[in-house]
Design a protein around this ligand. Structure first.
Ligand code: AMP
Length: 281
């Protein structure tokens, strides 16, 4: 496994491999790696000749300076963890390396980034698109792997690749959870012990809600989820919506044929956690 900081060196290595027709899989991350990230890497390794992992905390996708400052960073531990997991190259660029000049590009994702995370984190997905498009340009992967944990991000990246005519297949991988159901996240370590214990109430409420679809209308179920979670003094729901998995439009009728995904963001003290589950009947 090679660790590379500079894009010129990295591109040379990758070009050599592409010339040999090696199939390249790519897993972009912000580090503080956990089993969720590793599952993407293992999937890539099983489907490609070469797997590239990037670790880059992208400033342009943070709409809150403190959040960027406090985002967990464990680069040495991450590199250690990546050994023997199927990763061939770790790309660890500096901010200057990725943004030699300010990136002023504005992406138009229609309504996709006007809801849920996009609505509550203004500019977040534009920053995600800026960095992922640059990383795609550097790595030129055949397939890129994203977690369903960030469901809206996955939908928007698929749209971006289409918009930019990038010949890259985007694959979504299942959410990896802790034993108590909490979706794994780099942010979980920022929780106090008490917050961490209560955070599993989010996924457990979503799992319960899946069994209530024949008792409640969509609207009633949305309210039930929000009220149930808000009744926990450690948790404060920012949004919960059940949307279709293509246009991310709110679903108001269980009979709708689309795949239905219940997406939630919850404030836990100063931290903000997201999760989602399927509501396909
Ligand atoms: P991040 O480092 O948080 O930007 O995440 C990098 C990639 O890992 C994204 O595609 C995430 O959706 C994915 N990911 C993060 N947490 C999980 C998880 N618990 N299960 C599966 N994928 C995840």
């Amino acid at each position: 496994m090679k660790v590379i900081e500079y894009k010129a060196e990295f591109q040379k290595e990758l070009q050599n491999l592409a010339n040999k027709n090696k199939k390249i899989g790519f897993v972009p991350t912000m580090g503080a790696l956990h089993k969720g990230h590793i599952s993407l890497i293992q999937k890539s390794s099983s489907e490609n000749d070469i797997t590239v992992v990037s670790i880059f905390v992208n400033p342009t996708q943070f709409n809150d300076k403190n959040d960027l400052k406090n985002y967990p960073r464990f680069i040495d531990k991450d590199i250690e963890l990546l050994k023997n997991k199927g990763c061939d190259f770790v790309f660890t660029p500096s901010v200057k390396e990725i943004y030699p000049e300010q990136d002023d590009r504005i992406f138009d994702f229609g309504d996709l980034d006007k809801v849920m995370e996009g609505k509550h984190r203004q500019g977040h997905f534009n920053g995600v698109a800026q960095v992922v498009s640059k990383l795609f340009d550097i790595v030129k992967p055949n397939i890129a792997y994203f977690g369903k944990k960030d469901f809206q991000q996955y939908v928007i990246i698929k749209k971006m690749v289409n918009m930019l005519n990038m010949p890259i297949q985007i694959k979504a991988c299942p959410i990896v959870r802790e034993n108590d159901g909490l979706a794994m996240s780099s942010r979980n370590i920022l929780l106090t012990a008490e917050q961490r214990k209560n955070a599993s109430f989010i996924s457990n409420t979503l799992f319960k809600a899946r069994n209530l679809t024949n008792q409640f209308s969509v609207k009633e179920l949305k309210d039930w989820v929000i009220n149930t979670i808000n009744a926990n003094p450690f948790l404060n729901v920012e949004y919960f919506d059940i949307v279709d998995d293509v246009e991310l439009k709110s679903i108001n009728d269980w009979q709708k044929k689309n795949n239905k995904v219940g997406c939630i963001a919850v404030k836990v003290g100063k931290n903000r956690l997201i999760d989602n589950v399927n509501f396909n009947l």
